[in-house]
Design a protein around this ligand. Structure first.
Ligand SMILES: [Zn+2]
Ligand SMILES: [Zn+2]
Length: 288
């Protein structure tokens, strides 16, 4: 009887409560989880993922979550501390952990996205290579199946469908990039946040804006960059959404380049697919 009651109780309940610490991961978890998974969005679209630290209210919000999805690659330096505050049945899944890493080189550390990723860092923005997001869906799929084996069929089917979509997206990106003459595939952005994109799709990458705190770019470094951009006749430099475009505007003035539409580094209210397509359209429109 008690067993029957328990059975009836679980019948109406969705498979799994989880939480997400990154808007792009939220998007991915919802796609793979479908109806079975309830996702608490601890970090909302547009929040600064680089400066976030969980507050008591955030911990309360994820109290029911059995899995807590993080982006990994040290984007969230607070994970150890968070882990100490969790219940034994709660598990943090660092989605990006097993994906290939792009190091921020020693010369480029002053251009890192934020102070956490400046010193000897790994670029945390792995999602700008679409194939990495395909791999991430697999990681999410496996974690959901482990926590909720009954949902295996649904999770695998959802994951496969989304990975097929991303496969098409990846082909679309390559096709778009192919319309830019090879010698113009040089992406100039404020910070070093598009390294994975540049590597995956064959761009040379340059950055211009230093971290305001420790690693300010020197006048001679800036002059060197300006000279290089002039020499190459770079037509456009790209600001990032929610970052100050002042240095880029100065550089544009001195090199004759235009300041392009802002690129999205960390996800926004748009879906992953929309973010990639928006970035690629802006890049292709500006450089070809
Ligand atoms: Zn950062
Ligand atoms: Zn970022």
């Amino acid at each position: 009887m008690r067993l029957l009651f328990f059975f009836l109780l679980t019948l109406g309940v969705p498979g799994l409560d989880v939480a997400s610490l990154h808007p792009l991961i939220t998007d991915a978890v919802k796609q793979v989880g479908g109806d079975r998974v309830k996702v608490v969005e601890v970090i909302k679209p547009g929040d600064n993922v680089h400066q976030f630290k969980p507050k008591p209210g955030d911990l309360r919000a994820m109290a029911e979550a059995r899995l807590i999805f993080a982006s990994g690659k040290n984007l969230e330096p607070y994970l150890d501390e968070l882990s100490d505050n969790l219940e034994p049945h709660q598990l943090i899944i660092e989605v990006g952990k097993t994906l290939p890493s792009q190091k921020v080189s020693k010369e480029d550390q002053i251009y890192a996205c934020c102070e956490h990723h400046a010193v000897g860092g790994i670029d945390p923005h792995w999602w700008h290579d679409v194939r990495n997001m395909e791999r991430a869906l697999r990681v999410i799929e496996k974690a959901l199946i482990k926590a909720d084996p009954e949902g295996k069929q649904a999770y695998s089917a959802n994951s496969k469908k989304q990975r097929d979509r991303l496969d098409q997206l990846n082909r679309w990106v390559k096709g778009q990039v192919a319309t830019i003459p090879r010698e113009r595939r040089h992406l100039v952005t404020a910070h070093a946040a598009f390294g994975y994109f540049c590597k995956a799709y064959g761009f040379k990458a340059s950055f211009v804006q230093g971290l305001s705190a420790r690693g300010e770019v020197s006048a001679s470094q800036l002059a060197g960059t300006i000279q290089e951009l002039r020499r190459e006749g770079i037509p456009m430099v790209f600001p990032e959404k929610s970052a100050n475009p002042k240095v880029l505007e100065q550089i544009a003035q001195q090199t004759g380049a235009k300041v392009g539409q802002p690129l999205i580094a960390d996800g926004s209210s748009a879906s992953y697919q929309e973010m990639i397509m928006s970035n690629v359209r802006h890049i292709v429109g500006g450089l070809k």
